[in-house]
Design a protein around this ligand. Structure first.
Ligand SMILES: NC(=O)c1ccc[n+]([C@@H]2O[C@H](COP(=O)([O-])OP(=O)(O)OC[C@H]3O[C@@H](n4cnc5c(N)ncnc54)[C@H](OP(=O)(O)O)[C@@H]3O)[C@@H](O)[C@H]2O)c1
Length: 311
């Protein structure tokens, strides 16, 4: 099969478009023909070696955690050949920027009917991050005041929509150029990070920092009694602080069938509408990485493994 691989950590030019052997599914796994994938910032951090304490020195690596495609062969009782699926692999494992993957069935769910494979492929990692942060960890409720920092990126654009679907009052922080998009996604108040003092915005039940730019000591003072700050940043400092205070939380997204089914329901109920920034064919993954690395995506970037028409 064709896949992107790399044999050393480094810039995007380490990514090679190559032919490698097909994966073979083990018990509990499903062999999926991948039709589309996506790029998440974690793929870039792994490629650059920022996480090598965890990812080690085993090469080659294939990036990509998100996928949508068709089951070729199943060794999991819930799936059969021909099923249309979407899901995510462990972010550290990747492997989805390729034509096929052998992946645990527990990491997959039926693809939402209302989305094409290409659009479905951008949803799992960012969508599950928001579900696990806002619904599982922070128990978001109707009437909550919620602040979402970075509200038009891959994670933020879904966080605003999930918070809006839960009937929270959403304040979204983004750049001036994205203010209209933030409103379209459902934000009740839109705040430009270039011009406003974010630490004077009032008090919140949940503050979700999806882009890891807020200062913890200042943001803690913006929580209502019982309020929670949650960040996508995962490091030993935040993990320790989270152990010591119920106010401080982090999300470390994990593949989860139940959460994928919830994501599907929210997509099919039109509570979450995908925001697509760009798409790139698989062989141009390096360009997609360079784009995402700039840190100003509006929504998500699709990696086309098969052309849109070839479903
Ligand atoms: N821990 C986990 O489980 C987990 C899961 C998913 C993601 N993450 C992490 O979460 C972060 C965001 O991921 P993503 O997929 O949403 O990234 P993304 O799609 O690249 O979005 C980046 C966003 O950051 C915004 N931004 C840039 N500078 C900003 C600032 N100073 N203040 C507020 N917003 C700013 C950009 O908006 P403008 O264009 O308007 O500047 C853009 O919308 C990444 O670091 C990623 O690694 C962690």
């Amino acid at each position: 099969m064709k896949a992107i691989t790399y044999h050393e950590y480094g810039k995007s030019d380490v990514l090679q478009f190559v032919e490698i052997p097909d994966p073979v599914p083990k018990d509990g796994e499903v062999l999926v023909e991948i039709i589309a994938s996506s790029v998440n910032p974690i793929d870039i951090n792994i490629r650059k070696g920022f996480l090598k304490a965890i990812t080690g020195k085993k090469f080659p690596r294939t990036p990509g955690a998100d996928l949508a495609g068709k089951v070729i062969e199943s060794k999991h009782p819930d799936f059969k050949a021909g099923d249309k699926v979407y899901g995510m692999n462990e972010a550290m494992a990747g492997g989805c920027n390729a034509e096929k993957i052998a992946i645990p069935g527990a990491y997959l769910a039926e693809k939402p009917n209302v989305l094409s494979f290409h659009t479905a492929a951008i949803m799992p990692l960012s969508g599950l991050t928001c579900i696990q942060a806002l619904i599982r960890k922070c128990a978001i409720k109707a009437g909550y005041d919620v602040l979402i920092n970075g509200c038009t990126g891959g994670v933020g654009s879904m966080a605003v929509q999930i918070a809006t679907a839960k009937q929270a009052m959403v304040s979204g922080v983004c750049s001036k150029k994205n203010e209209q998009l933030a409103r379209n996604l459902g934000a009740d108040h839109v705040v430009g990070y270039e011009h406003e003092d974010l630490y004077q915005l009032g008090k919140f039940d949940i503050i979700f920092d999806t882009v890891e730019t807020l200062q913890l000591n200042k943001v803690k003072k913006m929580l209502k009694p019982g309020g929670k700050y949650i960040t996508t940043k995962v490091n030993p400092n935040i993990m320790l602080r989270a152990k010591l205070s119920r106010k401080i939380n982090y999300v470390n997204v994990k593949p989860d069938h139940t959460d994928l089914v919830l994501l599907t329901r929210m997509i099919e109920d039109k509570q979450i509408i995908p925001v697509i920034e760009k798409d790139y064919p698989l062989e141009f993954l390096a360009k997609a990485h360079d784009f995402v690395e700039r840190g100003h995506s509006r929504g998500k970037v699709i990696v086309q493994v098969k052309a849109q028409g070839k479903k």
